[in-house]
Design a protein around this ligand. Structure first.
Ligand code: SF4
Length: 204
């Protein structure tokens, strides 16, 4: 068992315990409320990204192209909240649910004392007393374990690096233009948005 899968196992145990104690728990397929209210572009450790990439690799080239476009638009976006660029708008579901990041697995079930309960729907149930007996997981402990899973980057950066790599579905395999080669060496910022999409996928 890897460090990440062990962490996921522990998270799932906490989530299952809460669900069993509260059969009407609000988190469920089709809600996606949290996916539409992100405070920032998802941040992933290297181990989380490797897992997520497996799920992304199974998506169609057209879907990956749409994700790439949405990520590029998000890099310079000033307003909040952010809608996760991976969320499938046609189903309102996560297309990489099995490979989703730890933050998505813990949302609504774990809390950081200083940052509240995150999900406003759940928070209101806590306030009205109907969820007063919930024993939440400790997100500070999750963060400490995440720190051992490699460097953390925004999803936009991981995705871009993948686009420039031979493992990207339909990609040419390496930076194919001077712009792409330049982008691959530079950190992403509002002034330097995502690299051009490799031609093999942008024309598919
Ligand atoms: S990765 Fe999936 S579960 Fe996480 S915010 Fe995006 S759509 Fe939602």
């Amino acid at each position: 068992m890897t460090t990440l899968s062990r962490l996921q196992y522990d998270i799932d145990a906490r989530v299952q315990a809460i669900r069993e104690a509260h059969p009407g728990w609000l988190c469920g397929k089709g809600c996606a409320s949290c996916c539409r209210r992100l405070a920032e572009i998802p941040q992933l450790t290297a181990a989380e990204w490797r897992l997520l990439r497996e799920g992304l690799a199974a998506l169609s080239p057209e879907r990956l192209q749409a994700i790439s476009r949405d990520l590029a638009a998000l890099v310079g976006q000033q307003w909040r909240p952010i809608v996760c660029p991976l969320l499938d708008p046609s189903t309102n579901a996560c297309p990489v649910y099995a490979q989703r990041p730890v933050a998505c697995r813990t949302y609504g079930f774990y809390v950081q004392r200083s940052l509240g309960l995150y999900c406003h729907k759940i928070e209101s149930r806590v306030t009205d007393g109907s969820l007063a007996d919930v024993v939440w997981g400790n997100h500070d402990a999750i963060d400490r374990r995440l720190a051992g899973l490699g460097e953390t980057r925004p999803l936009s950066e991981w995705f871009e690096l993948w686009q420039l790599n031979s493992s990207f579905p339909g990609a040419a395999g390496k930076p194919t233009t001077p712009d792409q080669a330049f982008c691959a060496t530079r950190p992403i910022s509002a002034e330097r948005p995502l690299c051009p999409i490799p031609s093999a996928i942008s024309s598919s």
